[in-house]
Design a protein around this ligand. Structure first.
Ligand code: GLU
Length: 561
């Protein structure tokens, strides 16, 4: 076979050689050991937790080594492309603190723009580049065309070929038949090709597999170590009839030209690694380092681990937004899952930015990452407890604007008050861990707002007349200028006057001698003012509410008894 002639027949319009293309993609000028990583999603509009998980790895490895992290849009499968999906992806990741240096970005007009010298960063715009390399493979006898008719192509597109083969039982007989078909496809003459081209028949390009499925090839994965996988013995399609490659060929060409040093991707690609290594070798490219991240798992109703599917709660990043998780908390959780020593580092460095942590590939686990909402909630409470009142205010406001307009309006109407509320118990060595999600803020602070206040708890086991009398005494003596000591002394006096023991020690020694203790009197006031038996520091609460509202609440509670 005259391969040079075949290449010319198939790609008469391709005049560039791989060397010409290489010149346009010079090696990157980066410090030694700098890592170049990328995220390469299909623009489906769905941002999966597993995607965020991968981008955190890529972002950390690139930025902590002085490298580059870029975004490539893999839109070769037109069926899956959804308008606005890339914008959504970029803004969702940015929300979680994942920013790209290069590739697809959101331009000033809100549309997708591209930044960087190694583009195009959208695969559908890279057709001419792929064709240069495809032609070169044909010229060297490493790829060949398979012609179809338009009708065949249409029926091929209509049925999902992959699913068909997968669901069929893979018998030896079937494998044998496949092999024969494959070998038959390799057999053709230049004259046949010429006749097809003359006829305008479309063709796909297949790589000539040189492997033997019975033999193993050694592969190396930075997370999993050395692996032995069956050699590639299948002539996979590397160029579809529209001239655009499926994933495998595009991966090799793009990651080579764009200078990717570390390919971080989901473990579903592991089985294709021998094919990729074969393509890199045919193309004469240096192989990047591979990291196949573990799949995100969840627990099913019976407590068994299962792959977190797209439909499961917690798969889409929209779920976390809706549930009210702060992006910082989700990121913190994922870092804990990703690096086994992160949690320990965090407990020693509670206030350091996460970027101070030295992310390490060695500390990554290759078993499935289990999404554990209890743990996420715990981490979230810690993260929120370390935020300033101002950060809590803006986080809660941003969430409420989307999901609870009434509360957003209340927060906005009096920012100073909200900041005072969120300042309670904040800033010290042991900050309060009141809420783990923005959606929990409102129920926690609702009693501060007249519009939301209601009495939720009841006082049990005391005489109504005693409660009323204590409350009346408190209201009659309340002075908003008292300091906390004076305020509490007054409560003690009211307790004593009404037959409640003002001193807890004395009370515990002989409880039957009293109607109750000063703690009980405080709880009468607490329920009247906050509607709850548990609340943050009552003195501070009253200061925030102001005298009029405090007295108002005490009087209406008294009347309700
Ligand atoms: N487009 C592929 C995917 O979404 C990219 C895999 C990769 O990162 O190489 O799975």
């Amino acid at each position: 076979m005259d391969y040079a002639k075949l290449a010319e027949l198939l790609f008469p319009d391709v005049t560039e050689t791989p060397e010409d293309v290489e010149k346009k993609y010079p090696p990157r000028d980066l410090p030694q050991d700098a890592k170049v990583t990328r995220f390469a999603p299909s623009p489906t509009g769905f941002v999966h937790l597993g995607g965020l998980y991968q981008t955190i790895v890529g972002e950390r490895l690139a930025h902590q080594s002085g490298g580059v992290f870029f975004l490539r849009i893999e839109d070769t499968d037109e069926k899956r492309e959804i308008a606005g999906a890339a914008q959504k992806l970029i803004s969702t990741l940015a929300h979680y603190g994942v920013h790209f240096d290069e590739g697809a970005v959101i331009g000033e007009d809100g549309n997708i723009a591209y930044k960087g010298e190694y583009g195009p960063y959208k695969q559908s715009e890279r057709g001419p580049i792929y064709r240069v390399y495809a032609k070169d493979l044909v010229r060297r006898g490493l790829a060949y065309p398979v012609f179809t008719t338009r009708e065949e192509l249409e029926s091929l597109n209509a049925s999902d070929k992959k699913a068909e083969v997968k669901s069929r039982e893979w018998t030896e007989e079937f494998a044998e038949q496949q092999k024969e078909e494959m070998l038959a496809r390799r057999n053709f003459t230049i004259e046949e090709v010429e006749a097809h081209l003359k006829n305008g028949d479309p063709f796909v390009l297949r790589v000539l597999a040189s492997g033997d499925g019975e033999r193993k090839v050694k592969c190396f994965d930075l997370i999993r170590g050395e692996l032995e996988l069956p050699e590639n013995d299948r002539d996979e399609i590397i160029l579809k009839s529209n001239g655009i490659p499926p994933y495998h060929f595009a991966h090799a060409v793009d990651d080579h030209l764009m200078g990717t040093t570390h390919v971080i991707r989901g473990e579903e690609w592991l089985a294709s690694l021998p094919l990729h290594l074969q393509l890199f070798s045919y193309l004469g490219f240096k192989t990047p380092k591979y990291m196949h991240t573990a799949q995100v798992m969840s627990l099913d109703a019976n407590g068994n681990k299962k792959k977190l599917s797209k439909r499961d709660m917690g798969a889409s990043m929209d779920d976390y937004t809706r549930l009210g998780y702060a992006p910082e908390a989700v990121r913190e959780y994922l870092l804990t899952v990703l690096n086994s020593n992160y949690e320990e580092w965090r407990s020693k460095n509670p206030d350091s930015p996460y970027t101070d942590f030295q992310f390490s590939i060695k500390k990554m686990s290759n078993s499935g990452c289990l999404i554990d909402f209890e743990k996420l909630e715990d981490i979230s409470k810690n993260v929120l407890s370390r935020m300033t009142a101002e950060q809590i205010y803006s986080g809660a406001l941003e969430w409420s604007r989307l999901f609870d307009e009434e509360f957003a309006n209340l927060l906005e109407a009096d920012k100073e008050k909200a900041i005072a509320v969120f300042s309670i118990g904040r800033g010290g060595k042991k900050p309060r861990k009141d809420f783990g999600r923005w959606s929990e803020v409102k129920p926690f602070v609702s009693f501060f707002y007249k519009e939301l206040f209601k009495v939720e708890d009841a006082i049990e086991g005391f005489d109504k007349a005693d409660i009323k009398s204590c409350l009346a005494d408190f209201a009659g003596n309340y002075d908003e200028n008292d300091d906390q000591n004076t305020w509490f002394e007054k409560i003690k006096q009211i307790a004593a006057k009404n037959g409640f023991c003002p001193d807890m020690k004395l009370y515990k020694a002989d409880p039957s001698a009293y109607k109750g203790s000063v703690a009980d009197v405080s709880s009468f006031i607490r329920v009247a003012v906050t509607g709850r038996l548990n609340s943050p520091d009552l003195f501070t609460v009253m200061n925030i509410l102001g005298k009029a509202e405090t007295i108002d609440r005490i009087n209406s509670f008294k009347e309700s008894l």
